[in-house]
Structure formats: C-alpha cells, structure tokens
Design a protein around this ligand. Structure first.
Ligand code: FMN
Length: 352
C-alpha cells in the first residue's frame, strides 16, 4: 500500500458532522522547503501555499494539512451562532469542462474528475466551541505557519446592513481574541439565499461591512473572499470601495450554477451551488489578472490570494504570473492529501 492510499481524507459520502469528528491522524511526511521570499499580507511565510476556507472543519484538520506542506491554514467559515449544514450531497461531482461564469447549469458526473458542486451552507459550531478550538489550534501550530479564520455574518429578518456588519465584526473580534493571525470575511457564498452570499456584488454594502470589521481588528491582516466578478466595471467599483480597507482579496470562491443530475432533474431545489475545483481554474486566473491590472493602475496596497482549481506546480506558477502573491487550495488536497507535497517538489524545478 503506498502513502497516498494510507493518507486519510474527507469522506464526501458522509455528513459534515461525521467528518468534523473523524479527522485523520497527523502524519510525518518529508516537506521540501520552497526557495524564495514569500509573504502573506506582509507576514513572512515559508511558501505561497495555503488551504482556503472549506476543508479545515476544525483545528485537527488545520494541523493535519499543516503537516502536509501548507503554510497558511484557513479555518472553515464560522458564525456568531451555531448553524446547521445542508443535507447530503454536500459535494456532488460534476463534469469537468472549464466554466466561464455565464453557464446557467452543469451536469453531474458519476465519478470525481476534479470538480464538484459544493453545498454546505456554511455550517458553524457554537462560538464557544470554535473560539476554544482556534485558541488551542494556534497554540499547537508551529510559529512560522499562519492561522486565518474565515467568518460570515448571519443575517436575521429585518436586519439592516449595519447590523450585519456588526455581526461580521463580532466574529472577527472573537477570532482575533482566540489568537487568529488573520481574518477572512466571506462575502461570496453562492448557496445561501440571503444577501450575505452576494455582498461582494454590492460595493457600498461591502465597504460598510469591511470598514466595520477593520475598525474592530485594527492592523491584523484582513482578507476579503469574493466570488466571480461579472465585469471590469464591477471589479473597479469593488476595488474603489474596499481597496484601502482590506489587505488582500481572495478569489475566486466558486462559479455558481444550477446542477442537473443524470435523470435530467435539477438538484438542490433548482437553486445554484458553487462549482469548485478544476472547472473554475482558467476563469479564476483571468479574474486574478484583471484584478492585478486594476490594482496596479490605481496603485492600491492590495495583495491577491489566488483560489480555484489549483492541483499542480504549473497551476501555482500560472496564478503567481497573473498577479497573486499566495495560492490557496481546497478541492485538490481533499481528493489527494499529498498534493501540497507534490507541488513543493515540482515547484523547485522552475518553469516548464
Ligand atoms: C468542501 C468545501 C467547503 C467550502 N466551504 C467554504 C467556506 O466555508 N467558506 C468559504 O469562503 N469558501 C468555502 N469553500 C470554497 C473554497 O474556499 C474555494 O474558494 C473553492 O473551493 C475553490 O477552490 P478549489 O478549486 O481549490 O476547490 C469551500 C469549498 C469546498 C470544496
């Protein structure tokens, strides 16, 4: 049996709750150093490799992937109150063709080829649980690695944007108090029907929430996670709104479409789900390139975290060349937990 077969991973046939409890044992694998000076929001890090919000359900998952070559660990999005997960399937494999953002639907696949529809609805443990867990995780994580905590506001009936901003800020404050090195706010979950899933498409609301979070966390690195931006104008408007508020933008969360199964029925009550993995790579790289051009034109002090479909050193190089400083992965390390180690080995070889 080789190492790949031995390494544990998320079981998509089981629930979020089951996977929360069943974390693979830590492994000791040789981790190759990555040459170069790498930074995450001006903090030195050993490599540009991180895990984006999603695979790391709790601190044990963070520590597992920290041992597998990842240097920035993003704790899966948490809330100011406990929140249940959507029913299975939370991870539905889909056909692998590259998506542009204009598709209304994708077809399921009976096997995982690299892309899936993600349907969790941002579940969260009670804050007492995640705050204690973040604290213990930071204490156990080696000092050169960074722990970023992703947070989202939980909008209630009748709430104003100011109240939603307060809820985001409350989670961000708790994350920092628990020892997080950075805070990420998710403005882009496509599978919630409330406005917190679409925040990044409203520059004014984004600005208000981001400013409230910034005033709460002071100079702690602040990353804003966004979804697919439909146009250069929309990107410009967002940058004008938040470009001086946050330290980095992480993109692309996913590309949202409806999902049609093999019986030709629309899944998930005909609602859209975020497609993640290989199918969003080309578009995500193009989004990074567009953002980098606009950031340079405006001389904004913004870093970019490239997210979407990364599973090789070649993909990493493509994101860095397009203007990202860091690259975060979700799907590939869930499918192949060794992918970070492989990328580190191949990245040393230089451009191919
Ligand atoms: C299992 C899973 C859970 C996710 N949960 C979150 C989440 O809680 N918050 C978030 O901002 N993004 C979440 N995402 C999106 C990822 O952070 C990432 O943006 C997306 O998967 C694209 O990267 P990939 O192509 O490497 O998977 C999740 C993705 C996956 C696969």
């Amino acid at each position: 049996m080789n190492d790949l077969q031995r390494l544990g991973r998320y079981d998509r046939t089981r629930s979020y709750a089951w996977n929360y409890e069943h974390v693979p044992d830590l492994v000791e694998m040789p981790v190759r150093e990555v040459s170069g000076d790498w930074q995450f929001c001006d903090r030195p890090v050993p490599s540009p490799l991180g895990i984006s919000a999603g695979p790391l359900l709790n601190g044990k998952w963070c520590l597992y992937y920290a041992g597998l070559g990842f240097d920035v660990l993003t704790y899966k999005t948490v809330r100011s109150r406990e929140h249940v997960c959507h029913p299975l399937p939370n991870l539905q494999p889909v056909a692998n063709g590259q998506l542009t953002g204009s598709e209304s639907e994708v077809q399921t696949s009976d096997r995982m080829q690299g892309s899936w529809a993600v349907s969790f609805g941002m579940p969260s443990q009670d804050p007492q649980v995640w705050r204690r867990d973040v604290e213990q995780t930071r204490a156990r994580l080696s000092s050169e690695k960074l722990l970023s905590v992703s947070v989202v506001g939980t909008i209630q009936d009748g709430w104003s944007i100011a109240e939603l901003a307060e809820d985001y800020a409350c989670c961000a404050r708790w994350a920092i108090e628990s020892g997080a090195d950075a805070v990420e706010t998710n403005f882009s979950c496509p599978n919630v029907t409330t406005c917190d899933g679409q925040l990044y498409l409203s520059p004014e609301d984004s600005k208000q929430v981001a400013e409230r979070v910034r005033s709460t966390i002071g100079s702690v690195p602040y990353i804003l996670k966004i979804g697919h931006i439909p146009s250069r104008e929309a990107a410009m408007a967002l940058l004008e709104a938040v470009g001086h508020v946050v330290d980095a933008l992480a993109l692309t969360n996913s590309i949202a479409t409806m999902v049609r199964d093999s019986q030709q029925r629309l899944m998930y009550g005909s609602q859209k789900r975020g497609i993640c993995g290989a199918a969003i790579r080309e578009t995500s790289i193009a989004q990074i390139r567009m953002m980098r051009e606009l950031i340079t034109e405006r001389n904004l002090p913004l870093h970019l975290v490239g997210v979407g479909g990364i599973s090789s050193a070649e993909h990493l190089r493509a994101y860095l060349a397009a203007g990202a400083q860091m690259c975060h992965l979700a799907t590939a390390p869930m499918v192949n937990p060794e992918v970070g180690l492989d990328i580190r080995n191949d990245f040393q070889c230089g451009p191919r």
